[in-house]
Design a protein around this ligand. Structure first.
Ligand SMILES: Nc1ncnc2c1ncn2[C@@H]1O[C@H](COP(=O)(O)OP(=O)(O)OP(=O)(O)O)[C@@H](O)[C@H]1O
Ligand SMILES: [Mg+2]
Length: 341
């Protein structure tokens, strides 16, 4: 069973018992379904609560998106998960292994790639991977396997200093994949990539659970990116989790919207505005809220028809993505205390 939470504050006895029972269940009795579990995780740096009571529950086999703006606490949380930082309070279990008590066992099955991949520039991709392979005491064939997985076989013997940023990122992923770990942790894997590189990386990450059986924990500050790859998501803001659940639940929190460019905004607003539907003007376009994601395409077509029938020309019609900032306003607006530090 887990030891009691560290630090001065202790939970109520009954709460402590319930937690203990839950953790005991996870430790070997019954199927193991939680890849990462944290409880009350806190990390403070010189007056800043970088991670402030984070409870995460990452189901095995998920692509779990960890979403938050710059400085929200993503990298700090990841460093805590990897035992690279010691929490001020709280506990972490990876596949039921307490990180503090069984660090080696807990981290044995974890592969990680940080946002700025660090490689030896004067060595080839293959030689870089060989360093990690030797440390992990893996067979040499592992190198060719992971190079093929990230599609770098053709440049395996080229010096890393001649790699593009996208190749460097993929080499970082290849290193994470060595030994076929059960849990892959990627900190902002698309940072600095161009739109094509971002799409390739996203498509690649999406295939990983099926191809390797791994659980993927991936951080990002792009809502749209996480929406397109994750099955589950946690949103972190000022060190606190403001939302955690299935991706569909998060989608349900922000209704889809249509961006309309037309010849007569005032008339279009009068026409589309009635009832509960919200219509607002932004940068010369109308933003029309749709009630649900289902049938969004049919609704867009019907709105287009109504405007045309009224003699209004439509020159732009697209689903408008929500930004992370808008989502925060929605989440924090519903729970004002979450916005405070
Ligand atoms: N080693 C450190 N010493 C002092 N403060 C730190 C340290 N590391 C992080 N912080 C602070 O903790 C907070 C969270 O930082 P963190 O790097 O975890 O955020 P992040 O979500 O990864 O941001 P980004 O999107 O910019 O990578 C920030 O206020 C940051 O300045
Ligand atoms: Mg970071």
């Amino acid at each position: 069973m887990f030891s009691v939470i560290t630090g001065g504050e202790q939970p109520e006895d009954n709460e402590k018992e319930a937690r203990g029972a839950r953790f005991m269940l996870r430790e070997g009795r019954g199927p193991m379904t939680i890849a990462i579990e944290t409880e009350g995780l806190k990390k403070r740096f010189r007056g800043v609560n970088a991670v402030d009571g984070v409870d995460l529950s990452v189901p095995q086999g998920a692509i779990f998106g960890f979403l938050g703006p710059n400085g929200a606490g993503k990298t700090t949380t990841i460093r805590l998960l990897l035992g690279l930082l010691t929490p001020n309070r709280g506990r972490i279990a990876l596949f039921g292994e307490d990180l503090r008590r069984n660090r080696i066992a807990a981290l044995k099955s974890v592969g990680v790639a940080f946002e700025t991949p660090a490689h030896y520039e004067h060595l080839t991709g293959r030689e870089n991977l060989d360093i990690t392979r030797r440390l992990l005491k893996l067979d040499k064939s592992e190198i060719d396997r992971v190079l093929a997985t990230v599609e770098l076989s053709h440049v395996a013997d080229r010096h890393v200093r001649k790699y593009s940023l996208g190749m460097r990122h993929r080499l970082g992923l290849a290193r994470a994949l060595l030994g076929n770990p059960k849990l892959l942790i990627f900190d902002e894997p698309t940072n600095g990539l161009d739109p094509v590189g971002i799409r390739e990386m996203r498509d690649f990450i999406k295939t990983l659970p099926d191809r390797t059986g791994a659980t993927v924990f991936v951080s990002s500050h792009h809502l749209a990116e996480i929406e397109q790859m994750a099955s589950h998501v946690a949103v972190i803001h000022l060190g606190k989790i403001v939302f955690q659940g299935a991706m569909d639940e998060l989608r349900g929190l922000h209704a889809p919207r249509l961006e309309v460019g037309c010849s007569d905004e005032a008339q279009a607003t009068a026409l589309l505005g009635g009832g509960a539907r919200k219509v607002e003007s932004r940068n010369g376009r109308l933003i029309v809220e749709l009630p649900t994601a289902e049938g969004a395409k049919a609704r867009a077509a019907s709105i287009n028809r109504r405007l045309n029938d009224a003699g209004i020309d439509v020159h732009h019609l697209a689903l408008a993505p929500w930004t992370l900032e808008e989502l925060f306003l929605q989440l924090v607006g519903a729970n004002p205390h979450l916005g405070q530090k």
